[in-house]
Design a protein around this ligand. Structure first.
Ligand SMILES: [Zn+2]
Ligand SMILES: [Zn+2]
Length: 146
């Protein structure tokens, strides 16, 4: 692991660094993320443009290699009412590796809070770009769909 801080931002080498930052962020949010999954396109690539609507609780990723568009987790249920906003890194790039994390209800495998972490493929910035209260059901099913 090689998470490094430069100014206000953290930079890392891979999904394990996104996870480390997400653990810190989610603990500060009082609902620690305990299960994680990285996004991969059906074409096998792992770099995406990302759009989210935190108020509605929906995220949409677009593969930069093949253009496939995917609604993440349970987002398909909320996409009709979502107003998606595109994410841009502080360096200006719009291509990210994505790691999802969830906090669970006590004594349950049901999702309570959803965290969406990114690593910029241009400058290596890592961060939790979006998070929301989420009733996404079983964490295994939810994370299989990110
Ligand atoms: Zn693809
Ligand atoms: Zn960047």
């Amino acid at each position: 692991m090689a998470l490094k801080k430069k100014g206000r931002y953290w930079y890392g080498d891979g999904p394990e660094d996104i996870q480390a930052e997400m653990q810190r962020y989610s603990q500060a949010n009082a609902y620690p993320a305990t299960r994680f999954a990285a996004s991969a396109c059906s074409c096998g690539r792992r770099v995406f443009k990302l759009e989210t609507d935190e108020d509605t609780g929906a995220a949409r990723r677009t593969c930069t290699a093949c253009g496939n568009v995917h609604l993440m987790g349970d987002s398909a249920e909320y996409a009709d009412e979502a107003e998606f906003e595109n994410h841009e890194c502080v360096c200006g790039a719009e291509a990210f590796e994505l790691l999802s994390g969830v906090a669970l209800h006590a004594d349950s495998t049901d999702v309570r809070w959803y965290y969406l972490g990114c690593r910029c493929t241009n400058c290596s910035l890592v961060g939790v770009f979006a998070d929301w209260k989420c009733e996404g059901g079983d964490a295994g099913d939810f994370l299989a769909a990110v």
